[in-house]
Design a protein around this ligand. Structure first.
Ligand SMILES: CC(C)(COP(=O)(O)OP(=O)(O)OC[C@H]1O[C@@H](n2cnc3c(N)ncnc32)[C@H](O)[C@@H]1OP(=O)(O)O)[C@@H](O)C(=O)NCCC(=O)NCCS
Length: 177
């Protein structure tokens, strides 16, 4: 998916193994810009380690039924998304959606959701689901804007003395389409 945004080339394309180092650094930058007031530094470190360890990402890149996309703005990695088939009939989970603060509110999050929807549709999915922290107001606003609804609220123990206090949101594929 390629788009011109005011003369800036924007691409959403599969993440590659060679991107892993930059991805891990970008995830850390976005998480520390966004999450300290929501989950605190200790939980950020714990979750970065669980979800963005180099080996974790490399293993996911090899996995069937799981996709990582990169958002490239003017040739630079500016965001990313991942999503996977949950095994429940017709369901894809949008597991990660992140845009660098400098590039937020330009429609890129929506573009990555649209791309996840395309893949979901190709795999016979009717539903895209996700979990978002209940206090992550700007992300919840983004998901509502892009056609998701709140379906449930869950508190999940993730070990290390931490919990995820989330809304489950879901949307029909295609969203807004
Ligand atoms: C959520 C996120 C991926 C959306 O990406 P994006 O490129 O900004 O999304 P879009 O431009 O398609 O949509 C923007 C909408 O998101 C919401 N939004 C995004 N940033 C916002 C902010 N700082 N304050 C308020 N609303 C915000 C608004 O509804 C906005 O619409 P508007 O600009 O018309 O008011 C991005 O903001 C992000 O990376 N946030 C930090 C990390 C995060 O929380 N990720 C989700 C984890 S579940």
């Amino acid at each position: 998916m390629i788009r011109e945004n005011g003369g800036t080339a924007v691409r959403i394309e599969p993440l590659e193994l060679a991107d892993v180092e930059r991805l891990v650094a970008l995830a850390r930058e976005i998480w520390y810009a966004h999450y300290p007031a929501i989950i605190g530094a200790a939980q950020i470190e714990y979750m970065l380690d669980q979800r963005y360890g180099r080996d974790v990402v490399r293993a996911e890149l090899q996995r069937d039924g799981l996709w990582w996309d990169r958002l490239m703005v003017a040739g630079q990695l500016a965001g990313f998304a991942s999503y996977f088939l949950t095994g429940a009939p017709g369901e894809m989970k949008l597991d990660k959606l992140y845009v660098h603060p400098r590039h937020q509110r330009h429609g890129y999050g929506g573009m990555m959701i649209a791309r996840a929807c395309e893949v979901a549709r190709r795999h016979g999915c009717r539903r895209l689901t996700l979990a978002v922290n209940r206090n992550n107001r700007s992300a919840i606003a983004a998901y509502l804007k892009h056609g998701f609804r709140v379906a449930d609220a869950v508190v999940k123990d993730i070990g290390g003395g931490f919990v995820m206090d989330d809304y489950i949101m879901e949307g029909n594929v295609p969203l807004n389409g």
